[in-house]
Write a protein that binds this ligand. Structure first.
Ligand code: DWN
Length: 422
């Protein structure tokens, strides 16, 4: 189900070969420990999107431990779960249809159109084709998706988006070039941090780049994750927690460099790293100066454990006082809270969610049912824990009836703001 990950996938730290040692000595980093450092151990966890009905076999558990490279600052997990298990046949996460996401797409696509021509765009990890459809409607002539999950690739094909149902690879890149030519834009939104073998992924991207192809890599920004204490972004799909410095280390030996960094608030804070070929006519723009050290990570880990303890205590006190508590948004993040707090349906009666692939199943590793979103106004519980806190303002605005009847929101990631009644 998984294998151990022992050396940095960006800069090679921990690999027992002289080239790594030369790198650290040459960079005057002799004091840098020659191995990945442990940040936060969350124990054995189910897979964050392993939503199963009572009669479906569950994928199982794997260690969830965040490590950190003191040399290139990449956060990374101590194991790699077999991606075939997570993604291949059925992956329940679909790109959010929310206004928050649509607004993000509008600013992202507008920013990207300023960087490249708009004839052909290839999306790696294209999900159900939502972004590519948006790009087609906003000036891109041809779109091409690469998506390993069969259910999502089929959904994209149904909406008329050219989609290869496979993991991105050098072979897939070759096929795309043969069929459609070299793209103006290659985009990978919240995918690169899911990839284990960066050497091959970067080589395949490199191979699909023409002289002025732009590569846009959107990922949760590890600097924001740490600063905001967003520990629930740690789960098995997120193999890496990225900084610009780590990406620069990963690109060593390729024909690509980080040319520009764009920042967005989506998913709790994300960056889009614009990569260009080294022979591109475009000049580099100044890149963010990043400060991240072990003491920041120790603070992050302590804050995570504190937030877990506080949510667990808050929910237990509320149910002991006779309140009903539910969840809103069966996100991958929700799985981390439920497992770390030891919640069952006795604590969280149900979690409502708009995603049909998740409804009427149980939250991963638990007996908590996932129900349709209408449940909140049908049942009007006393409290709702918003496990989709990254969309909270839109959700609170949408669910006025719940609040008007005295319902109160709990944002688990904002030092437990139990919103006042009414
Ligand atoms: O990297 C990843 C990020 C981009 O998305 C994936 N590996 C997994 C996934 O993480 P997530 O599940 O935490 O993503 P979201 O988009 O934060 O999940 C929000 C959940 O809440 C979805 O299941 C949809 C649901 N939702 C809802 O029921 N009503 C969301 C909104 C906005 C709503 O109004």
């Amino acid at each position: 189900m998984y294998r151990l990950h022992t050396h940095c996938r960006a800069c090679g730290l921990g690999k027992p070969d002289i080239s790594t040692l030369k790198f650290s000595v040459a960079a005057g980093n002799q004091e840098v420990p020659q191995k990945l450092m442990e940040v936060l151990d969350l124990g054995l966890m189910p897979l964050a999107n392993d939503f199963c009905s009572q009669d479906q076999e569950r994928a199982g558990y794997a260690p969830l431990k965040l490590l950190w490279c003191p040399r290139c600052t990449l956060g990374q997990l101590s194991v790699v779960v077999n991606p075939e298990i997570i993604y291949r046949n059925h992956y329940p996460y679909v790109t959010s249809p929310s206004k928050t996401m649509k607004d993000h797409f509008a600013s992202l696509v507008s920013d990207l159109k300023a960087e490249c021509e708009t004839d052909l765009v290839v999306e790696i990890g294209s999900n159900d084709g939502t972004l590519l459809e948006f790009m087609q409607q906003n000036g891109f002539s041809k779109t091409y998706g690469v998506e390993p999950a069969e259910n999502l690739a089929n959904a994209a094909l149904k909406r008329g988006i050219n989609t290869v149902n496979d993991f991105f690879s050098a072979e897939v890149a070759q096929d795309i070039e043969r069929v459609a030519g070299l793209p103006d834009l290659i985009i990978a939104r919240h995918v690169f941090c899911h990839i284990d073998d960066w050497t091959h992924a970067i080589a395949a991207i490199d191979q699909l780049c023409g002289k002025e192809t732009v590569v846009a890599i959107e990922v949760p920004y590890f600097i924001d994750t740490v600063k905001n204490g967003e520990w629930d972004q740690i789960y098995h799909e997120h193999l890496s927690y990225m900084t610009v410095k780590a990406m620069q280390a990963a690109l060593k030996g390729s024909h690509l460099h980080v040319s520009k960094v764009l920042r967005y608030p989506i998913h709790g804070g994300a960056i889009v790293m614009i990569l260009r070929r080294d022979d591109s006519e475009f000049a580099k723009t100044p890149l963010p100066v990043e400060y991240l050290d072990k003491s920041d990570l120790n603070t992050f880990a302590a804050r995570a454990l504190d937030r877990i303890a506080v949510l667990k205590k808050t929910v237990n006190e509320l149910i002991e006082a006779g309140n009903t508590v539910v969840g809103y948004g069966a996100s991958a993040k929700a799985t981390q809270w439920i497992q770390s707090c030891g919640f069952t349906r006795k604590h969280i009666k149900w979690i409502c969610d708009t995603t049909m692939f998740k409804q009427y199943k149980c939250a991963p590793g638990s007996d908590i049912p996932i129900v349709d979103e209408g449940a909140l106004t049908r049942e009007l519980p006393d409290y709702a824990v918003c496990f989709a806190w990254n969309f909270m303002s839109e959700i609170v605005a949408k669910e006025k009836i719940f609040k008007a009847h005295g319902g109160r929101w709990i944002n688990p990631n904002a030092d437990i703001e139990v919103a006042p009644r009414g």
